[in-house]
Design a protein around this ligand. Structure first.
Ligand code: SF4
Length: 330
């Protein structure tokens, strides 16, 4: 079915080269391409904004926070190497793309996926799973590997010329670099990356929130990017700033119910943010951590100032020991 109305494609933009190329391959066929990207506490839309601007397409940015937190809680297809539920996440994003397709009158959705490029999410089996579970089925086109995959609706209906799609396969990047040159792309980003859920240290801290039923606590998730984290009880954590920027970030991210700890003014030391309803023992433990990371960590006693909604006092504590650190550090 040919049509006189312009064909409108919604291309998922990660900000990496592959999604840029997928958009370029479709644009080269005269298709009207709009980018779509998502943002959440675990990744930003910044790279996608740069990529879309570079190839001259409009970009829709959607919030994916609640969707992704729900998937981290209950991933139907499990996790990758860390706390990344990639198959479900990807299907969820494409499902959302399907809703936007209906809302805004796009003809089909395309992605920059390359067959067998990623071990978890881009095997042939998992590409099929994502197409099925997203509800888009064969309205989902992968222009970079389309010739190696079954024909999709946009190809069958003549919206897209299958002969001008590609047959990329595997992890190599050279073919993409060559195609980028053919399209005169001067901004060639490295593979998109940037999802905190795939970073081992970040994942440890998010596993801890999940174990303690705090995944829906946006304040707790925001703080995961800052400082050293210590678990004092199921509801209470201490976060220790590692430099002056983090100390400032902890101070500015304090919420009602939190307590801030600092060494006495004459003593260089970190800011410690205690989140949640700390009892006396937990407050003392956090003060010991503050002393432990100060410049007077070998002193027998250190003066710590606690400020917050319910406390405003001075604590004199012995610095935490290495054993304390091992026991409490997340
Ligand atoms: S890397 Fe992160 S954003 Fe990408 S599919 Fe996996 S969980 Fe989702």
């Amino acid at each position: 079915m040919k049509t006189d109305t312009p064909i409108k494609a919604l291309v998922m933009m990660s900000g990496g080269l592959d999604s840029m190329l997928a958009a370029c391959v479709l644009k080269a066929q005269g298709i009207h391409v709009t980018g779509l990207c998502f943002e959440s506490p675990f990744f930003s839309a910044e790279k996608a904004r740069i990529a879309a601007a570079h190839i001259g397409i409009p970009l829709i940015v959607e919030d994916f926070s609640d969707d992704l937190i729900a998937l981290v809680e209950h991933p139907k297809h499990g996790f990758g190497a860390n706390i990344n539920p990639c198959i479900d996440c990807h299907a969820g994003m494409i499902r959302r793309a399907g809703l936007i397709l209906q809302r805004d009158g796009f003809h089909f959705v395309a992605t920059g996926e390359v067959l067998n490029q990623r071990p978890m999410s881009q095997t042939r089996k998992n590409l099929d799973v994502v197409a099925e579970e997203s509800g888009l089925k064969d309205r989902l086109l992968r222009p970079l590997s389309a010739k190696l995959l079954p024909e999709t609706e946009p190809e069958r209906l003549g919206w897209v010329d299958r002969a001008r799609l590609l047959e990329l396969n595997g992890r190599g990047r050279k073919p993409q670099q060559k195609i980028a040159e053919d399209f005169n792309l001067t901004h060639v980003p490295p593979s998109a990356g940037g999802c905190k859920l795939t970073e081992p240290h970040y994942a440890e801290k998010l596993w801890d929130l999940r174990r303690n039923g705090q995944l829906k606590d946006r304040h707790a998730i925001t703080l995961l990017r800052i400082g050293r984290h210590f678990r004092l009880s199921s509801k209470v954590k201490a976060i220790v700033g590692r430099d002056s920027a983090e100390n400032s970030a902890l101070t500015s991210n304090t919420e009602a119910g939190d307590t801030l700890l600092n060494t006495a003014p004459a003593i260089p030391g970190p800011t410690v943010l205690v989140t949640g309803p700390a009892n006396e023992k937990e407050l003392l433990t956090a003060a010991q951590l503050c002393a432990r990371y100060s410049d007077v960590r070998t002193d027998p006693h250190v003066e710590i100032i606690a400020t917050g909604f319910v406390v405003n006092r001075t604590l004199i504590v012995a610095p935490a020991t290495d054993l304390d650190i091992d026991r409490l550090k997340i």
